[in-house]
Design a protein around this ligand. Structure first.
Ligand SMILES: Nc1nc2c(ncn2[C@@H]2O[C@H](COP(=O)(O)OP(=O)(O)O)[C@@H](O)[C@H]2O)c(=O)[nH]1
Ligand SMILES: Nc1ncnc2c1ncn2[C@@H]1O[C@H](COP(=O)(O)OP(=O)(O)O)[C@@H](O)[C@H]1O
Length: 206
């Protein structure tokens, strides 16, 4: 029996997850990985030092500033930005190949990266993760104990500017204190709803 065209699977989504440092992006993404959906979580490159427990090639591709500059000159990044004094970039292959394979692709980006993707691929789905309060954000960032005092201060100062960018996003999801499963469930529901759009998002990447 011929398939009804509207019943065919919707095209893969390019999902950008942003949010201030310490809000819980990594924690929520790890929860989303456990859902075992047909999603690809892009691994981006950074010149930031590796934190204890991070794995090269899994949490990030850790490279030095010369290598980053060379990759940038060769236009190997879909997007890149200087964030909190370090460089970060999405290798083109990380997004393009996974989309072509039909997988929804998650990019964990700062607000600059989200704005670049919005320009480059207006059909991308932009989700902003927010803390219940600035106090919660400060407690989480301090509690992670991964930044020097100076770096911590820089991230906290930047957080308010980042939070003010929420109106550029399609969805905002609260990461409730002690209940990151709820934030993951909200994002899972957003993706499921987006897959039911009558006019689906069709992402074109160069
Ligand atoms: N624009 C852009 N931002 C990125 C990229 N990879 C990571 N980031 C963002 O860079 C910021 C700093 O990341 P990180 O050093 O892991 O700090 P964290 O947010 O405190 O975990 C976060 O907002 C990330 O979402 C990238 O490829 N491009
Ligand atoms: N919903 C939550 N409630 C309480 N603590 C959280 C929650 N989500 C994340 N955390 C903690 O907050 C800190 C920052 O989380 P992380 O995922 O590193 O944030 P980001 O990737 O956005 O910088 C970590 O110690 C993490 O365990």
């Amino acid at each position: 029996m011929p398939l009804i065209p509207e019943a065919s699977p919707s095209p893969p989504l390019l999902v950008v997850l942003s949010g201030p440092s310490g809000v819980g992006k990594d924690a929520v993404l790890n929860e989303l990985r456990r859902l075992d959906r047909p999603w690809h979580f892009a691994v981006t490159a950074t010149t930031r030092e590796m934190r204890p427990g991070e794995r090269d090639g899994e949490d990030y591709i850790f490279i030095d500033t010369d290598t980053f500059a060379r990759m940038r000159e060769r236009d190997e990044f879909l997007e890149c930005a200087e964030v909190y004094g370090r460089w970060y970039g999405v290798p083109r292959s990380q997004a393009r190949d996974a989309l072509r394979s039909g997988k929804d692709v998650f990019l964990k980006l700062d607000v600059q990266g989200a704005a670049t993707i919005r320009q480059m691929a207006p059909e991308a789905l932009l989700i902003f993760l927010i803390p219940p309060s600035l106090e919660d954000l400060h407690l989480r960032l301090r509690g992670r104990m991964t930044e020097s005092d100076a770096e911590l201060e820089r991230r906290l100062l930047t957080a308010e500017e980042e939070l003010a960018q929420v109106h550029h996003f399609d969805y905002r999801v609260v990461n409730p204190d002690g209940d990151l499963e709820q934030a993951a469930a909200d994002i899972d529901a957003i993706i499921a709803a987006e897959k039911c759009r009558v006019s689906p998002r069709v992402v074109q990447l160069m």
